[in-house]
Design a binder for this molecule. Structure first.
Ligand SMILES: [Zn+2]
Ligand SMILES: [Zn+2]
Length: 387
């Protein structure tokens, strides 16, 4: 594909062509280059693409004015133009990229692209089955789930928490009961302009998707004025959330019925709270077990002692045996975090002893240590061949 395409040239119309002239030219060319008329002909397919692309832009007054200003059109460019930026602002205008557009599989799922092409075709020629095709009657549909993150402190995760959160969800429309329409004559779908497909941009790629407003039929009844045809209306709701004790980062708490609203009496989706637990000054947690490092003195380590250690549920007693080394670990059973999976059960707490050496300043203590050295003269490095 050439870098720049002149859409007016492609359609063979003047730059000041009226909308009807553009439409007429498109119909004529689409009929000529349509893949169904030219099976296997790549250049015809290419022409058909270009023709459709040109028509897509020039038939839309907004897009056309962007194209007239910049010599190309993309949604990004339209956004930039709406913000007042232009190619003269120093930033290169985003390119118009259709290279990722796979027409061979433009319509995913059943039916394939050829049937949708046929629908466009039938539409172009103003006749055929598509005109009389009834839009499918909407079916009851459960609302989608909503996921929301929630930050908790380390302590809140251990103890559990009840809190109110604000959820932007939706509810079944009270006017149409979620049908999206309240009857009336069948008309061309305004969302997809009758094609049954809508363009979606994914990065630099664009792809076609079945139009959800008309179920891909290109036809629909006048949309409900309250929900604009969506079947649901937005609702901001304060939801009371009970986070059970023992959640971790990534735990999911389900609140039934607080997701998006259902349609035609179907239930709403669920709200899933995904917890994000903060860290603690000295506790760390792995699963339901808690780890803490506790400093002990040299005499406590050498002679043994009964000391107090912190746990997530307050203080606990720990017996340090004589001759405890730095790094030695002790287990306090059932003093860890409450188990989410096993209600009532708790993990363990592991205490790592860390022998701390005081900064010796008094002469008296120094004398005692010299005395100690005399009484314990074994070199601890003797196993390393040192004396
Ligand atoms: Zn549609
Ligand atoms: Zn409605």
């Amino acid at each position: 594909m050439a870098a720049k395409q002149d859409y007016y040239e492609i359609l063979g119309v003047k730059r000041d062509a009226k909308p009807e002239e553009i439409k007429k030219a498109y119909r004529r060319l689409a009929r000529k280059y349509h893949p169904d008329v030219n099976p296997g002909d790549k250049s015809a397919e290419e022409r058909f693409k270009l023709t459709t692309e040109a028509h897509d832009v020039l038939s839309d007054p907004k897009k056309r004015s962007i194209y007239d200003r910049f010599g190309q059109y993309s949604d990004n460019l339209a956004d930039a133009a709406a913000r007042g930026a232009g190619p003269t602002s120093g930033r290169a205008a985003p390119g118009f990229d259709f290279t990722g557009f796979d027409w061979g599989s433009a319509s995913t799922g059943t039916g394939g692209s050829s049937s949708s092409f046929r629908d466009i075709f039938a539409d172009l020629f103003g006749g055929g089955a598509a005109k009389d095709k009834e839009p499918p009657r909407p079916q009851p549909q459960r609302g989608a789930d909503i996921e929301m993150p929630l930050a908790l402190s380390f302590e809140e995760a251990i103890k559990g928490l009840t809190t109110n959160i604000t959820v932007n969800r939706s509810e079944q429309c009270s006017r149409c009961n979620g049908a999206g329409d309240i009857g009336g004559p069948v008309m061309v779908c305004a969302t997809c302009k009758g094609s049954g497909q809508v363009q979606r941009a994914g990065g630099r790629l664009r792809f076609a998707q079945e139009c959800s407003d008309c179920g891909g039929t290109g036809r629909r009844r006048p949309p409900c004025s309250l929900c604009k045809g969506k079947g649901t209306v937005p609702k901001t709701e304060t939801v009371k959330v009970r986070i059970p004790a023992g959640v971790e980062t990534g735990s999911r708490v389900r609140i039934p019925g607080k997701g998006e609203g259902g349609r035609l009496g179907a239930p709403a989706g669920d709200l899933h709270i995904i917890t994000n637990v903060g860290s603690h000054k000295y506790f760390t947690r792995k699963g339901d077990n808690i780890y803490v490092t506790v400093p002990i003195t040299v005499p406590e380590a050498a002679l043994g002692a009964k000391i107090e250690v912190p746990t997530v549920e307050g203080k606990a007693q720990l017996r340090i045996p004589p001759g405890t080394q730095s790094g030695q670990k002790f287990r306090l059973k059932q003093r860890g975090a409450p188990s989410l999976r096993n209600p009532g059960a708790r993990g363990d707490q592991f205490v790592e002893a860390q022998v701390t050496l005081p900064r010796v300043v008094s002469e008296e203590t120094k004398e005692l240590l010299r005395e100690y050295a005399k009484l314990n003269s074994t070199n601890p490095r003797v196993e390393m061949g040192l004396e």
